[in-house]
Ligand binder design. Structure first.
Ligand SMILES: [Zn+2]
Length: 249
């Protein structure tokens, strides 16, 4: 049995909109998340893959299984419904896959502006709560486990949303390395970004875009990291809590 590595999470805001610099745009935060460094002899990263909607990128799923690479998969209710076979495969490998909450319908947890990256936001705290709870319920229905972490659709949150999610008892899953920019990059670009990961990084990419080039780059990138001696841990291998994100963090 694999021992749980001692991992320390810290969290802070890497990006905030609004305020004096963005005119009428409301304030939001994009939390940064790291895991503890494994050290020169055993560097480690956490690979997190979002399953927003759509299908499953079998190139990535197969590579993770073949190479025994653990990953944290953020699933929406929408994706769970359409990908039962993939969910079954993930559940058959509990030593590799940790499933976490990406919301019911892939809605940004933002209550103070109407749109983020072209997606209509939840728009109110009750709507954010129902998006989070809906995701939890969908995971329960799919017997995908009880989530510990929540990541919304855009990885950006209003201050009120962060507070609410913490009050609901969930951790907010930021990241430190955006590997595929919403599965929009070319294979070589994604590969280069992942292969350049540093000890302690939390990588974000997508596992729901099988027709895009980005997925091939995810596979190449993680294999390159493995080759370099990196270990992969899941977010639940974390034993220390993340530092709460304050509105002024
Ligand atoms: Zn997503």
């Amino acid at each position: 049995m694999r021992l749980t590595p001692l991992v320390l999470i810290t969290c802070c805001t890497i990006l905030s909109g609004g305020g004096a610099h963005a005119g009428s745009r409301a304030h939001f935060v994009e939390p940064l998340l790291f895991i503890a460094k494994g050290g020169v002899a055993s560097p480690q990263v956490a690979l997190t893959l979002d399953a927003c909607s759509g299908q499953t990128d079998q190139r990535i799923l197969n590579a993770l299984i073949e190479n025994q690479i653990p990953a944290t998969i953020f699933v929406t209710g929408r994706w769970l419904k359409r990908n039962a076979a993939s969910v079954a495969i993930m559940k058959a490998h509990p030593e590799l896959f940790e499933l976490e909450n990406h919301g019911l319908n892939h809605v940004p947890a933002i209550d103070n502006q109407s749109e983020m990256f072209g997606l209509k936001t939840a728009g109110s705290l009750p709507a954010i709560r129902s998006e989070v709870e809906g995701g939890v319920n969908a995971m329960q229905i799919a017997t995908a486990g009880k989530p510990v972490w929540y990541r919304d659709a855009t990885a950006r949150y209003s201050d009120n949303a962060i507070k609410l999610i913490h009050e609901m008892g969930y951790r907010v899953a930021g990241y430190s390395l955006n590997a595929d920019m919403g599965a929009s990059l070319l294979s070589g670009q994604v590969e280069t970004r992942i292969a350049a990961a540093k000890d302690g990084d939390v990588i974000i990419a997508h596992i729901n875009q099988p027709t895009r080039a980005a997925g091939a780059g995810v596979v190449k990138g993680i294999l390159a990291l493995k080759q370099k001696g990196f270990h992969f841990v899941r977010l639940n291998d974390v034993v220390e809590g993340e530092k709460p994100i304050g509105p002024n963090a």
